[in-house]
Design a protein. Sequence first.
Length: 370
Amino acid sequence: MTYAPVNSFDEWTPLKEVIVGRADNYTAHYVDASFQLFYFDNVQPDVDATAGQPLLPIPQQLVDELTEDVAGLTDALSSGGITVHRPSALGKDVDIQSPSWDARATPALNVRDNTIIFGKTIVETAPHVRARIFENDQLKPLFYRYFEAGSRWLTMPRPALARGSLDTAYFDRQGIDVSHVTDADTALSIDGLGLELIFDGAQCMRLGRDVLVNAANRNHAMALRWLRETLPDLRFHLLDGIADSHIDSIVVPLRPGLMLLREPKYLDYLPKPMRSWDVIYPPPMDESAFPDYSAFGFNIASRHIDMNVLSIDENTVVVNSLYPQLIRVLDDRGFTVVPVRHRHRRLAGGGFHCFTLDTERAGGCEDYLS
């Protein structure tokens, strides 16, 4: 296969090439302090039950069903003429270790999290969760091919993720006490290190020349500074603590002038030009619409995960077939909806936007906000 340099500036122009993640051997969550703090809004107080048992197994049947649904996404994209690449598969029960901590590695499923494509540049980010620190190794065979084809390839400073690296300011501002998580952290500290640059790709939403960036604490603020200094041709707009981390289940631009938005209260976080855009508010979903994992674990994603859709172009969008309410709304607005089944999105922690990394779209560095 002949590769071209990456080219992806936005979330909606025609999708030509994409990486779809792998769920193979995703047999456990490693529920250490870095995992708990990252998913704190969703997993508390359930995660308290795992104290002293950091490895939370996922039943093989659910892994098989998740793998089957990811294959369905791959088939739907391929049948639409989109070139689909896959990461290398992670081996079974791969344990990893740094000088400060150990963890069980996760496969490269939510590939949106540890990489951002900014035009012709690949940017590997600085993971929040220790178990994910080597996840992009499964993507490196693809990145090298893109690099050899002429792509620019950058990497944020790799965080040590030692004890004390994570900023709890987002929770502190809300009066939420997370000390029982930080106090129980078994990782070792590094003398003099303090807070680090830590950031996920899904904290960004790309709109051509403009990029929305959620920064909820000092970890993220350092990353925003790095982005601005490293990519000065782009305009990075601070969304000041719109969420604790990811934003692709809060604000999803479908095309210029139209977006999915979780609730009206989030409008005030957005740049002023976006506040006049047309808005689709997703129909509510209640807990009964999702599988119950209480027999062995808990949901790590919120019940809003199904607004995590993937646009193929300005008029075509991939939506979970198990969210017929949103399918009807989008259909009424004139969209062509591609329904794909995704059963275990709350257990896997991601939807179709999370599972994909679009490496080529037809759009350029357009100015959609001036």
